[in-house]
Design a protein around this ligand. Sequence first.
Ligand code: FES
Length: 111
Amino acid sequence: MAKPERHVFVCMQSRPSGHPKGSCAGKGSVDLFRAFQNAFEARKLWGRFALTNCGCLGPCETGPNVLVYPDGILYANVGENDIEVIITEHLLAGQPVRRLYPSEEIWPNDS
Ligand code: FES
């Protein structure tokens, strides 16, 4: 297996309803992950890039959260409409999508 250029992690953590932290799954990340899979398939990105669902990444309040390595860039409140720009600008062109950054206190993307 070749080392992927970038690896996208989509938080799919779920928690019981009413839990004080909420969860990314409770805010639509299951559908978001499926949409990412469909986009990877449509663009034939498998192999060059990797896509993995994962558990809690930490800042649950800003979910659905998506983390891209090796850059260590966290995207917050990601919706299906954001997938195209993440793929086009970040994965393919290497330019992180700043408008999807959480605050520096949540995740210091620039440090
Ligand atoms: S539940 Fe997704 S970051 Fe915590």
